[in-house]
Design a protein. Structure first.
Length: 438
């Protein structure tokens, strides 16, 4: 039998079949189709199928919307989707209408529903939920949005571009890195207010799915009076088990660090959290104290891996203090005094007026004899006696306070966590592990 090889076309599936297999196991297209309606009902591409096609493209070889048709041009599209489906059906006009329909169907609810189904489908054990926001800067000019639409504005830029407008994303994921919540936010959304609203929504959603007794972890932006009140729960909403970092702008944070450093025998060794080479080694101390007049459990944590930024900042402060005091000492040592009493008084005054954090001063007075300048010009006579003046001087040595510097390094390796749990130390160690698992 003769085969015309000119009519044979080879295609490369790549990871697309695997991606679509998982998408269909989770029922992504069915979930979307059950919630969406479109004006172009005669279209061969359903909203769910279009979103599947976009997802497969993003996870394979991300293209701009208008190039997705080109992306599928050399793929076996019928095998992926449905008999009769061709690459041309994924044109940008069709996909644009699909995204409009998807937006109208509330993507947040769809996303959360599918995420919770993934937890059930793959039997994922949820122990903790971590929530945080990030920003994405945008370029160009945008038409003014309606009042209730997404606001593309300037805000706190997490990618260090405060000159650009931005949008923000709020995300929540489990200890197994499974996303369970996602929101697109206005560019000027505050982490503090977002945490307040989000913690209520995520608790309600997870409880409805039968997921309870989870630990909510967040960064320091969670620690506000309103957020802590929400976490406390009431007659209508359950309390939230949380652990969060205590921000450094609370005086209590400094107080707890010093309290821990003053009791070195009280440290409890936690060890490393993973098996990586040179992994950080942690130890903790636990205290009960008050914040907003309510008692909380605080965990002071120490890492032997000093934050590089903190170490660099500490070294800069030490050098600056050394440079400043060295210059001041040189100026003082250049002064001549008529008597030892004046020199000693100057030395005492200098030390009193220059308290140091990272250095110490050791000083004394000395006697120095200097030949006086001749009072008249011309060559000195053969037997002329040189006049010598006696001056009193101050001499100071600058020492680094290594013990203090080590204490500051030790302090720089500390951070403080806050929780409402008053359980055993074993429970607190588990909470600490949860806070560091992201």
């Amino acid at each position: 039998m003769n085969i015309n090889t000119d009519k044979i076309t080879s295609v490369i599936d790549g990871p697309i079949p695997l991606i679509l297999s998982h998408a269909r196991k989770l029922g992504i297209a069915d979930e979307i189709n059950s919630r969406t309606t479109r004006d172009d009902e005669k279209s061969i591409i359903s909203t769910g199928m279009g979103i599947e096609a976009i997802i497969a493209n993003i996870l394979t070889d991300r293209k701009a919307l208008y190039k997705i048709q080109e992306f599928y041009a050399d793929k076996d599209v019928e095998k992926f989707f449905w008999p009769g489906i061709q690459a041309k059906h994924f044109n940008d006009d069709t996909l644009g209408r699909i995204l409009d329909a998807f937006y109208e169907a509330n993507p947040k609810e769809i996303f959360t529903s599918i995420a919770l189904k993934s937890i059930e489908t793959y039997n994922i054990k949820v122990k903790t939920i971590h929530a945080d926001t990030t920003s994405m800067s945008v370029y160009g000019e945008y038409n003014t949005c309606e009042e209730n639409d997404l606001q593309i504005v300037r805000g706190h830029s997490k990618d260090h571009r405060p000159d650009l407008k931005q949008i923000m994303f709020g995300l929540a994921n489990t200890n197994k890195k499974v996303l369970v919540g996602g929101e697109v936010l206005n560019g000027n959304t505050s982490d503090k207010t977002w945490n307040n609203a989000f913690i209520q929504k995520i608790r309600k959603t997870l409880c409805q799915a039968g997921i309870e007794d989870i630990i909510y972890t967040s960064d320091g932006s969670f620690v506000t009076e309103d957020n802590l009140t929400v976490a406390k729960g009431n007659d209508k909403t359950p309390k939230t088990i949380f652990i969060s970092r205590l921000p450094g702008n609370f005086n209590l944070e400094e107080k707890l660090k010093l309290k821990a450093l003053s009791a070195p025998e009280a440290w409890v060794q936690v060890g490393t959290l993973h098996d990586k080479k040179n992994a950080a080694i942690y130890k903790i101390q636990s205290f009960t104290d008050f914040l907003y007049d309510i008692p909380y459990r605080f965990i002071v944590c120490h890492s032997n891996h000093l934050d590089g930024r903190k170490l660099k900042a500490l070294q800069a402060v030490i050098k600056r203090e050394n440079d400043q005091i060295t210059k001041a000492v040189a100026e003082l040592e250049a002064v001549d005094y008529y008597c030892d009493e004046d020199a000693k008084a100057a030395l005492d005054k200098f030390i009193a007026e220059n308290p140091l954090e990272y250095h110490s001063l050791s000083g004394k007075t000395t006697v120095e004899k200097k030949v006086k300048k001749r009072s008249h010009q011309g060559q000195p006579r053969k037997n002329e006696t040189k006049e010598v003046a006696t001056w009193h001087k101050v001499k100071i040595r600058v020492f680094e306070e290594h013990v203090k510097i080590d204490q500051h390094k030790e302090k720089a390796g500390l951070f403080v966590l806050i929780t409402k749990q008053q359980n055993t130390l074993h429970r607190l160690q588990n909470l600490f592990n949860a806070s560091k698992s992201y």
